[in-house]
Design a protein around this ligand. Sequence first.
Ligand code: AQP
Length: 321
Amino acid sequence: MVRLSAITPSGQVQLGNYLGAVRQWAVDGGEEDIYFISDLHAMTTSHNPSRLRALTREQLAVVIASGVDPRSVSVQSDLVRELGALTWVLECTCTYGEAARMVQFKEKSVGRSSVRLSLLTYPVLMASDILLQGAHEVPVGDDQKQHVELARALARRFNGTYGEVFAVPRAVVPPTGARVRDLADPTRKMDKTAKDAAGTVFVLDPPDLVRRKIRRAVTDDRAEVRYAPEEQPGVANLLEILSACTGKEPQELAGAHATYDDLKEVVAEAVVEELRPIRERTRELLDDPAELDRVRAHGAERTRDRCRHRLDAALRVSGLG
Ligand code: AQP
């Protein structure tokens, strides 16, 4: 069974990426799994080349520092030629209507005067990521399920039209994947690219900054520590973060704290301690470029070897070469 998942270097790794995804990769990761930094996906909106390169390297370091098996980690663009080739073939398998229906495309393109064509087509690139590696399971949040459904549809259509080449993948929503919300606006999910970084805890933030952000987290004026996500989203978010760090249930944790200040202090310390070893190990890795280069080269070779046969078959049966 091959599981495949990715993180996009559109910004620094934030607490939600870590608690909801990367930490799980370290726990669940099997020998066959593939976890990668999806730098090609980070180019679908305006980007700065040197920042993209630096963020890709930093995310690679954070993922390894989080305990993910370095042998299962790679960088997407190291396979850009193979992915480019398959993406073209899959774009010739996908309809415009299917791509334009993607909710993320609609959300991310609305109100923008200039939208990169790649924002429309990147779910097809994502299908290439998945199909090229023969992935069976793709752990994703709800927002990405539709893209995995597209990959399924394209795999079936391609196999039915030209011959059996691809495994048909399925989306799995990780059962323990915490959904972390923005500290300054708990009605939104925490993300890397929020306009106001006050609501986002980055994994590499220094401890004092983490404490400050959590102390300033928006709550409400009920002055009652209860776990009620609908009525008290800010407090519920803090309890869920604490739950993800301690393994205790949010309801149980609610009863253990009398005031919001008390809760925030405990959450801040739990997050600082959770992130401390990752920050330290990331720093070591970034200071040792040879080690990161080795991991990256191994990942490139492994993913290229894995996909060669499948790509050749896809090109051949569709009439190329
Ligand atoms: N707030 C979150 N809580 C839990 N999980 C989250 N993930 C993202 N935000 C949260 C999960 O992290 C993994 C990697 O995400 P991604 O980099 O592929 O893209 P994203 O979901 O768009 O992440 P961001 O941080 O919100 O980035 P931007 O600001 O660029 O949109 C995924 O498994 C995702 O579910």
